[in-house]
Design a protein around this ligand. Structure first.
Ligand SMILES: Cc1cc2nc3c(=O)[nH]c(=O)nc-3n(C[C@H](O)[C@H](O)[C@H](O)COP(=O)(O)OP(=O)(O)OC[C@H]3O[C@@H](n4cnc5c(N)ncnc54)[C@H](O)[C@@H]3O)c2cc1C
Length: 492
């Protein structure tokens, strides 16, 4: 029995440059159209619309390059129809039908992905999962929350909190994204150093394979029952299965919260402090270190000083112990005290996305690139990525902060901008990405920490995975031999 159902819907990333019903596809069209009979038969399976404006909206996500296209009333690719199943059975019947008829199906949640993962590149069906919302059960003793995959972050957290629990997953896109999207993209929340990434939070999954088979994975705190099938689906970006239901691990609501801020003379010294804190076993929920340029932009300073913001929450004794490791380490490293009020300001603005839209409207190239690397490689990655990006003609800035930490390394999150002429906009955007990703891979980083691969990073998958790319292809061919699920993504 459903405990809560909701009505939140995807938030559109930017206004269309004209009537969305008249929007056109920017990418070359190799889209699968539907016959009238196919459209009718899909309509008999679940709520289906061919409304032009709705199809255009489902033809894009928050990929920054496509926001620019939107201002010209273009979206990357327009699907033939939008289908909105209400339960797992409908998803199963729909996938079996599309598999038989070789109709591409691109699942979507909040369409907040920033790499074009939810773009229906080959037309066909845009499978909007946001009708499948709600928390279905809560096991208070074990701390397990069963939720439908189309549930948005605030609704989930609100429902769970009424039981004295928290999931602790707060991505910057908390209000824009769904549980299914978190799982499909291996997302990370801002409190991940205490609560983990989404792959640490999933207890079990229900998913539907391309042929309509419904599967259940996981369901125990740990296991040795062959490879973990939940982990295979985590990060599969809609290419291996449609996730319909997720069981998440929940934590007791925190007793206390503590905050601290420090200032380091260099980014490198700040990184070393973070390394020592984490290696000592302290895991403050938030451990964010900003380079000189980002510190100056957000916290003041002369552009050389680097701010570290720290926040932890949980049981008092554990939080106090953690903060004492943080304090002692920062002092040993020669940091000075920062302004704790900066954390309140960050809490206030941390999910504000208005800057991206405003800069896009002004004609700036602007985007972010997040990668992970081991502690031993981080300095080299930061230098290599920033230098490579800044060497691109028209580049204006490439800055960095460290946002999520692990025992062996961390995520570094770059923000870059350029001011090319209109005619050079797209080539500059693509050149900055290419420069950044290739420099990152060569200096020891991976391809993505939490935004995923989608469409925009697909071309680097072979380089990033090497011969393991063959394993991913083999899994794809085994689970989806007709290639109907989100074709053209993840480098597949
Ligand atoms: C301003 C902003 C800030 C962001 N901050 C963060 C952040 O802090 N942390 C973070 O991790 N991400 C962040 N993102 C990226 C994005 O929000 C995440 O990738 C999010 O998890 C996507 O969820 P969604 O529901 O919007 O999925 P969508 O964008 O709709 O889809 C993303 C991918 O998941 C697949 N998918 C969606 N639902 C399902 C399903 N039920 N079954 C199978 N496949 C599915 C789609 O096919 C697609 O490949 C940010 C994005 C924006 C715009």
């Amino acid at each position: 029995m459903s405990i809560h159902t909701f009505s939140t819907r995807a938030t559109e990333p930017i206004e269309f440059g004209g009537d969305p019903a008249l929007a056109t596809s920017h990418l070359p069209s190799h889209g699968r159209s539907l016959t009238e009979i196919e459209a009718q038969e899909l309509g008999a399976i679940c709520d289906t619309t061919a409304d032009a404006a709705e199809r255009a909206q489902h033809g894009r996500d928050w990929w920054p390059l496509s926001l620019r296209w939107s201002l010209r009333n273009e979206v990357p690719q327009i699907p033939a129809v939008v289908c909105r199943p209400k339960n797992t059975q409908e998803v199963s019947i729909l996938l079996a039908y599309c598999n038989d008829h070789k109709i591409p199906v691109t699942p979507s949640g909040g369409r907040s992905g920033v790499c074009g993962a939810a773009i229906p590149l080959f037309g066909g069906v845009a499978l909007d999962m946001t009708q499948m919302q709600g928390v279905e059960s809560i096991d208070e003793v074990s701390g397990i929350v069963e939720t439908l995959s189309g549930t948005f972050g605030p609704d989930l957290e609100k429902a769970v909190r009424t039981y004295g629990l928290t999931i602790g997953h707060y991505p910057q896109s908390f209000e824009l994204a769904t549980v299914g999207g978190w799982v499909a993209c291996r997302g990370a929340g801002q409190y991940s150093t205490r609560y983990g990434k989404i792959e640490d939070m999933v207890h079990a999954l229900e998913a539907v394979l391309a042929d309509g088979t419904i599967i259940r994975t996981g369901g125990a705190p740990a296991g040795a029952v062959g490879p973990d099938i939940s982990q295979l689906l985590l990060g599969s970006e809609g290419t291996l299965a449609v996730i319909t239901r997720v069981w998440l691990r929940a934590h007791p609501l925190p007793e206390v919260e503590r905050r601290a801020a420090f200032v380091f003379a260099s980014f490198s010294e700040g990184i070393e402090a973070c390394r020592r804190i984490i290696r000592a076993g302290a895991t403050p929920a938030v451990l964010r270190l900003y380079d000189g340029a980002e510190s100056k932009r957000s916290h003041g300073g002369d552009g050389t000083q680097c701010t570290l913001l720290v926040l932890d929450e949980g049981t008092e004794a554990i939080v106090d112990g953690t903060m004492s490791v943080v304090f002692d380490t920062c002092k040993e490293m020669g940091a000075t005290d920062g302004d704790v009020a900066l954390i309140e300001a960050w809490m206030h603005h941390r999910n504000d996305t208005s800057g991206l839209q405003a800069l896009t409207r002004k004609g700036f190239v602007v985007d972010t690139m997040e990668v992970a690397a081991n502690w031993g490689h981080l300095d080299a990655v930061v230098d290599a990525v920033e230098s490579a990006m800044l060497a691109v003609p028209h580049a204006r800035s490439a800055t960095c902060h460290l946002s999520h930490s692990y025992i062996e390394g961390a995520c570094v999150y770059f923000t870059f901008a350029a001011t090319p002429e209109e005619a050079d906009f797209e080539s500059t955007y693509l050149a900055m990405w290419k420069a950044g990703q290739e420099a990152g891979l060569k200096s020891g980083a991976n391809l993505s920490h939490h935004h995923g691969i989608g469409y925009s990073r697909s071309q680097y998958m072979e380089q990033a995975l090497g011969t393991s790319m063959g394993v991913l292809r083999a899994v794809k061919n085994a689970l989806d031999p007709n290639g109907i699920l989100n074709p053209g993504k993840l480098g597949l």
